[in-house]
Design a protein around this ligand. Structure first.
Ligand code: F3S
Length: 427
C-alpha cells in the first residue's frame, strides 16, 4: 500500500508501540483487501472491553485491559499500553445495563468488571454512547464523510440514509482506526462501489416499521450481497422505518447500503442511483413476497403463550419510546410477562424527564439501555416464548438464546405483553 509520511511514521513505531501495531494491522488488512491506500477518518464506532466470561478471564490472567485490547483489538500477543484515541470514536453496545443488571440476570463479578471497562474505555478517550444507534445520539456523519463503523444496522444507516462512507468494520480494524485515524480505502469508500446493483419494484403496502422490517428481511434473503435500489410510491419513510429496514436487510443478507429513489441522498433519480449502469437483476416485492417474509420470520414459533416482549432493536428513537409509552399508559402487563424496551442511555434520560419512563414502569415494563437480549445475552429468567417488532432480533433470539420468537407490529407486541398471548397477524 502507498503510505503517507504520517502513516509510515506510525508503522515505524515513531508514535509508540500501540499505534505501530494498529498501523501494521491496517496495512495487512488493506493489502488482503487489495486497497491501494488509506483514507483519513475522524469517525469510528467500535467495541472495547471485556465483559464476556472469556475476555474477562483473559484480562485477569494476562494482567489487565491493555493486554486484552492488545490481543483482541490489535491482534498482538505482546501486551502494549494503549494510548488515547486519535479519531473521534464511539463505544457500541455492551453486555449489560448498569442500572438494570440484576433484572438482566448479570453476575455481580461481571457488573464489577463492567465498571473497570467503562473507566478504561473512557480513559482512552472513547465516547461512552453504548448503543448500536450512535446516529440517534449525536454521531451523525455528513454526506461523503469517511467512517470506520462496526455494527451492520448502523453501517446500513450511515451509508444509505446519511451518505457517510463506511464498510462493515470489525473490532480489530475499527480499534486500529481509533488509534491511527486511518482506514483502508476500498469498498464503500469508493464512488464506483456505491451504485445500485438490483432494481426493486415495491408494489406491496409498506407503512409501519413491521412492514419495513419485512421488506428488508425479504431483500436481504433474496439479494444476499448487493446494493438494492427501491422504487416505490407512498409516504417518505422516517428514521425508525429506515432503521428497521436496514437492520433487517443486513441480518438476512449482507446488505451494507441501499438507495430509495427520491429519498436517500445518493439516489435523486433512478439513473443516478445506478450510475448509468444496468441493474444486475430486477425484483418485485408484492403481496406474496411480503407474506413469505412474514412466514419465514415466524417459522420458529408455535406456542402462543408469550412470556417476554422486547422492543428497541436497533435501539429505539425517542419517538418510539414515546409511542410505547402511549400504548402502555394506564395498562398493566400480564402476570409473568416481561416487556423490556431498549434505547440509548441519553434518550432514556429525556424519557425520564418527559415522564415516559414512569408510564412504562407503572405498566410493569422496563426502559433499558446499553445492551440488548440477543447481543448482550440478557433476558428474564426462564423465558420460553418471546415477541418483538424487530426482524433482526427475531432472527437472532432463537439461535442465540434458544427461545421461540414471534415477529409482528409494535402494537401486536404490546398487546401480547398485556394479554400474555400472541395474536399478531399480517394485515
Ligand atoms: Fe442493536 Fe442488539 Fe439489535 S445490538 S441492532 S439491539 S441485535
Amino acid at each position: 500500500m502507498k503510505l503517507t509520511d504520517d502513516e509510515r511514521a506510525m508503522l515505524d513505531g515513531k508514535q509508540g508501540p500501540a499505534r505501530q501495531k494498529a498501523m501494521d494491522l491496517l496495512v495487512r488488512y488493506g493489502e488482503a483487501l487489495g486497497a491501494e491506500d488509506f483514507v483519513d477518518t475522524n469517525n469510528v464506532c467500535t467495541s472495547v472491553g471485556a465483559t464476556t466470561p472469556f475476555l474477562r478471564d483473559f484480562a485477569a490472567k494476562a494482567g489487565g485491559l491493555d493486554a486484552a485490547f492488545s490481543e483482541f483489538n490489535l491482534d498482538s500477543s505482546e501486551a502494549v499500553q494503549i494510548p488515547k484515541a486519535k479519531a473521534f470514536s464511539c463505544q457500541l453496545i455492551q453486555g449489560l445495563d448498569p442500572d438494570h443488571w440484576q433484572e438482566q440476570g448479570v453476575a455481580p463479578a461481571t457488573r464489577a468488571l463492567h465498571e473497570v471497562n467503562e473507566s478504561f474505555s473512557a480513559g482512552i478517550g472513547l465516547q461512552m454512547m453504548n448503543t448500536c444507534t450512535p446516529y440517534l445520539v449525536g454521531n451523525v456523519p455528513v454526506k461523503g464523510e469517511h467512517c470506520a463503523w462496526m455494527e451492520s444496522s448502523a453501517v446500513a444507516y450511515c451509508n444509505s440514509v446519511l451518505g457517510g462512507r463506511t464498510n462493515t468494520e470489525g473490532r480489530e480494524s475499527s480499534s486500529a482506526a481509533m488509534l491511527t485515524g486511518k482506514i483502508p480505502n476500498w469498498g464503500l469508500h469508493l464512488d464506483e462501489n456505491r451504485f445500485g446493483t438490483h432494481l426493486v419494484e415495491v408494489d406491496a403496502a409498506v407503512e409501519d416499521i413491521m412492514d419495513w422490517g419485512l421488506l428488508g428481511y425479504y431483500l436481504g434473503e433474496a439479494i444476499l450481497d448487493g446494493l438494492p435500489v427501491l422504487v416505490r410510491r407512498g409516504k417518505v419513510p422516517d428514521l425508525p422505518r429506515l432503521k428497521h429496514f436496514g437492520a433487517a436487510a443486513a441480518t438476512s443478507g449482507g446488505i451494507e447500503m441501499y438507495h430509495i429513489v427520491g429519498v436517500t441522498p445518493e439516489a435523486p433519480t433512478l439513473q443516478e442511483a445506478f450510475g448509468g449502469r444496468k441493474p444486475r437483476a430486477t425484483l418485485r416485492y408484492g403481496r406474496a413476497e411480503r407474506e413469505l417474509a412474514y412466514r419465514n420470520l415466524n417459522a420458529h414459533a408455535t406456542d402462543t403463550k408469550v412470556d417476554f416482549v422486547m422492543l428497541g432493536c436497533p435501539h429505539s428513537s425517542l419517538e418510539q419510546v414515546w409511542n410505547a409509552a402511549k400504548l402502555l399508559e394506564g395498562k398493566r402487563l400480564h402476570s409473568g410477562v416481561n416487556l423490556w424496551i431498549f434505547t440509548p442511555r441519553s434518550i432514556r434520560e429525556v424519557a425520564d424527564r418527559n415522564g415516559y419512563t414512569k408510564i412504562i414502569t407503572d405498566a410493569g415494563a422496563r426502559l433499558m439501555s446499553d445492551t440488548c437480549p440477543a447481543l448482550g445475552q440478557v433476558m428474564p429468567k426462564g423465558v420460553k416464548v418471546a415477541a418483538t417488532d424487530s426482524a433482526k432480533q427475531t432472527h437472532y433470539l432463537p439461535s442465540i438464546m434458544g427461545v421461540q420468537t414471534w415477529f409482528g407490529s409494535t402494537e401486536d407486541c404490546v398487546r401480547a405483553a398485556i394479554t400474555g398471548r400472541w395474536e399478531g397477524a399480517l394485515r
